[in-house]
Each structure stands twice: as C-alpha cells, then as structure tokens.
Design a protein around this ligand. Structure first.
Ligand SMILES: Nc1ncnc2c1ncn2[C@@H]1O[C@H](COP(=O)(O)OP(=O)(O)OP(=O)(O)O)[C@@H](O)[C@H]1O
Ligand SMILES: [Mg+2]
Length: 227
C-alpha cells in the first residue's frame, strides 16, 4: 500500500478520560477506511487527530512521511485547507450561498479568483449527479443533494485525504447508500484516501477496510479481501 496518511501510537486524554489509548492506523492512495465503534469509543477523536484538528498527547501523524502533528497552527491550517477535504453530518454548507459557491469556497480561501473557483467547482456537479442544481441554495436541496454538494466541496481542492464523520447520519437508508457509493467512488477516482466514521455497517461495507474501536483502542481491523 502506498501510504498517504499514518498515525502511530496515538494517545489523547481529556482529564481522566483516555479518548485514544495508543492507536496505529494507515491509509493509502485510493484506499478507504471505515472507523466503527460504540458511542464515546474515540472515533471522532481519532478522525480529528489524523486530520490535524486535535493535537495528540502522544504519538505521531504523518502525511506522506512528514510529521504534521507538530506543525505550527498556521502551517497546519493551510495544510488542512489544501490537502484535506471534510464531510460532516450536517450544517456545513453556508445557507446564503448558491451550491456552486459553497463548492468553490475552499478554492477561494486558497486565493483562487471567484470566477475561476466557481468554474472549477461546476465540474464536480455532473459526477455527483447534481447537474442543474448549481444555483440552488442549501435550503432548496434535499438532504442527500446537500451531502453531495458537501462531497464536491471536500474534493474540489483535489485533496490527499477526505475525512468524513457520519456523512450519512442524517439520511434515510436509500439516500445514505447512494451518497456513500458516490463518496467512495469519486474519492477513489480522484486518487485520494478516505477515512470515514460511521455507525452504519451497510455504509462501512462500501469501504476497503473496517477498523473497530472501543475505549480508545483498535479491537478489530478487517483486512483487504482478495478475490
Ligand atoms: N473536547 C472534549 N473534552 C472532554 N472530553 C471529550 C472531548 N471530546 C471527546 N471527549 C471524550 O472522549 C471520548 C471519545 O469521544 P469521541 O467524540 O471521540 O467518541 P465517538 O466514538 O466519536 O462517539 P460518538 O459515536 O458518540 O460520536 C468520550 O468519552 C468523550 O466524552
Ligand atoms: Mg463521534
């Protein structure tokens, strides 16, 4: 596996709570990893630590071999903007902006002029089945459409890694399976890695591997199935 992102011996404590108790994880190009486990087991903490949102108390995070957990806040936030994409459960689109500008936002934050950013953003609408919805505001989209716009926004910077925390948590089963199918296929086509937290075994089954977490430890790691 061509490793894109790795966490080695990750430890995170909140007071007397050990959210991560020494976790090792790797994800490669075109590889997708689902993180599952009970509520409070450390799934979001693990995702946020790998994404440079939370700093670990122990261990290291490496992006293509370079440590990122010890970078200064400015470099870390530039790296998150440029090399990572994020999809969360809900509430991530700006309600006052049309869909195409929501997708263009990460490019504009990197300094791409608005017109050019919107043009690049529009290219993601067809692959995600969003043709014709470019001018809609988030309030005029269904939950599944809004999540597909969020996926487009995560991918528009052509990230190394896409992080998704319960990306289908607010969707019904059919919509959920359609959204996760698009998320995994488009991320793979893009050559990016995917790290996804989910409670839903059907959603996790779309990923190449499944990591089970309990009390901040990995209890099970499904390996690739070789056909
Ligand atoms: N900012 C924080 N301050 C204090 N404790 C925290 C904080 N964030 C998480 N924790 C604790 O760390 C543990 C792991 O939390 P985490 O959010 O990673 O769980 P999770 O597996 O994502 O749960 P859920 O499925 O409910 O989202 C929990 O005991 C939680 O209460
Ligand atoms: Mg969580």
């Amino acid at each position: 596996m061509n490793t894109v992102l790795a966490g080695h011996g990750l430890v995170k404590k909140y007071g007397s709570t050990t959210a991560l108790a020494g976790v090792d994880v790797e994800v490669g190009e075109r590889d997708s990893l689902a993180i599952m486990g009970p509520s409070g087991s450390g799934k979001s903490t693990l995702l946020h630590t790998l994404a440079g949102i939370i700093r670990p108390d122990g261990g290291q995070v490496l992006l293509r071999g370079d440590r990122i957990d010890n970078l200064g806040e400015n470099r870390l936030s530039a790296l998150r903007r440029g090399r990572f994409g994020f999809v969360f459960q809900f509430g991530q689109l700006l309600p006052e902006l049309p869909a195409e500008e929501n997708v263009a936002l990460p490019l504009m934050l990197e300094g791409t002029p608005r017109r050019q950013a919107v043009e690049r953003a529009r290219r993601w609408f067809a692959p995600l089945g969003l043709d014709g919805l470019e001018k809609r505001r988030p309030g005029q989209l269904s939950g599944g459409q809004a999540q597909r716009v969020a996926i487009a926004r995560a991918l528009v910077v052509e990230p190394d890694v896409v992080f998704a925390d319960e990306p289908t948590g607010a969707l019904d089963q059919n919509t959920s399976s359609e959204v996760v199918r698009l998320l995994t296929s488009v991320t793979r086509e893009q050559g990016a890695a995917l790290v996804m937290v989910t409670h839903d075994a059907d959603v996790a089954a779309h990923c190449d591997r499944i990591l089970q977490v309990r009390d901040g430890r990995i209890t099970h790691h499904s390996q690739y199935t070789v056909a």
